[in-house]
Design a protein around this ligand. Structure first.
Ligand SMILES: [Ca+2]
Length: 398
């Protein structure tokens, strides 16, 4: 790692003693060991497109075209002529065929992912919020994209319960190697948002609702027969893992099948987890978070038997967003690395899971980072959360 720099000292000043201890005490094989390098790890940032209005998710449909969702409900197609040199500005089209969504606060048109067999079936998947300020819910839809237009929009999943306000919808999509689809669903919001007479966040521990869960569905929305709680009375059969606050980073390692996630804490306590079927990730019974208003701990404990500790947590909150596990060929030194986007800290954090030390290197941006994905060229692409949002390519300087 690089020698100590003012940036490194600044980074450690951002971590509380509790955070460092949590990493050091983690029962996982990954323990804190190395110092992060804030020197932007020799990465060049190239702005590929701008004038995107709060983009949220992206999916490449070919080597020269990418679909990008915008939170206010627009779906954009960015495409380049075949002769483009990679730095040329793309043509940007707004596609029709997406219904009006509930775009307010954190809600709107959210994630997008291609079906694993997109090349033959043209299926594209979306998450979005639907409803109004007093009753809304996260939904999943699929539609077809033939290179020109979106058609055959079909809702395939809806949270069984509605909630009020415009917080904590999730919602990231990630395909498992077996062809089933994971979807992250938020806990419904901060107090005083309530559900059945109590604060809604407690629903993350209630298997009877979809709030605060990762669900697993088939590509048509039906429930896989081997879901972990399918035999449990009164449990929602789609549930795959639970005890989550608001996962906005979800990725499957294309080589190992390992599921990675990042979730927002409240005041502090943002988490990086690896997810397993049937496991309980603790929220709100165990957490490093504090309440926004009172600043008292949300939970009495930060760890408890039967609940999985995070691999690491961030206090103060970085506000984690998109997540990618790099398996491209263009940058061998990134192989197997986990890239974490951060809204509040305007960062991408590159984590090397195989190295002694989770924290690795940080690259900073001028705008909040909303999503991060590997592109078809093997470089890493970032979407920034701004009214003049950008698509930015990251590649090694040399
Ligand atoms: Ca947790």
């Amino acid at each position: 790692m690089a020698a100590t720099t003012p940036n490194i000292r600044k980074f450690f000043a951002q971590l509380t003693a509790g955070a460092m201890l949590a990493v050091a005490l983690s029962s996982c094989a990954i323990v804190n060991g190395s110092e992060p390098d804030l020197s932007n790890f020799g990465v060049r940032q190239t702005v590929i497109a701008n004038s995107l209005n709060r983009p949220w998710g992206m999916a490449w449909t070919s080597d020269s075209s990418v679909l990008i969702t915008e939170r206010d409900g627009q779906l954009k197609l960015l495409s380049w002529p075949e002769s483009a040199d990679g730095n040329q500005a793309p043509e940007i089209q707004t596609l029709t065929g997406v219904p009006t969504v509930f775009a307010s606060g954190q809600g709107g048109l959210l994630d997008i992912a291609l079906h694993p067999d997109f090349a033959s079936n043209q299926l594209v998947y979306f998450t979005y919020s639907d409803g109004n300020q007093s009753a809304n819910r996260t939904k999943v839809a699929r539609a077809q994209f033939d290179g020109q237009a979106i058609t055959n929009w079909q809702e395939i999943f809806a949270n069984a319960d509605s909630k009020a306000d415009s917080q904590h919808f999730g919602s990231r999509l990630a395909w498992l190697p077996d062809g089933t689809l994971l979807v992250s669903l938020g806990d419904g919001g901060n107090p005083p948002v309530s559900f059945n007479g109590d604060v809604i966040r407690k629903q993350a521990q209630n298997l009877g609702t979809h709030f605060g869960k990762v669900i697993r569905i088939n590509d048509d929305g039906s429930v896989p027969a081997d879901n972990p709680f399918i035999e449990q009375p009164n449990a929602q059969p789609e549930i795959w893992s639970y005890g989550h606050r608001n996962i906005q980073g979800l990725a499957v390692d294309a080589e190992t099948g390992q599921v990675w996630s990042t979730e927002h804490g409240a005041r502090g306590g943002d988490e990086l987890n690896t997810l397993e079927a049937g496991a309980n990730y603790g929220w709100p019974d165990v957490s490093f978070s504090k309440e926004y208003v009172s600043r008292k701990p949300v939970a009495a404990a930060t760890s408890q038997p039967g609940m999985v500790d995070p691999l690491m947590q961030w206090t103060p909150s970085i506000a984690p967003s998109g997540l990618a596990v790099y398996r491209g060929e263009a940058v061998p030194e990134w192989q197997g690395n986990v890239f974490v986007g951060a809204l509040k800290f305007k960062q991408v954090i590159r984590i090397q899971p195989d190295e002694p030390g989770l924290l690795s290197e940080v690259i900073t941006f001028e705008q909040r980072v909303r999503d991060i994905r590997e592109g078809p060229d093997g470089f890493v692409y970032v979407l920034t959360d701004d009214k003049n949002g950008q698509l930015i390519r990251l590649e090694p300087e040399n």
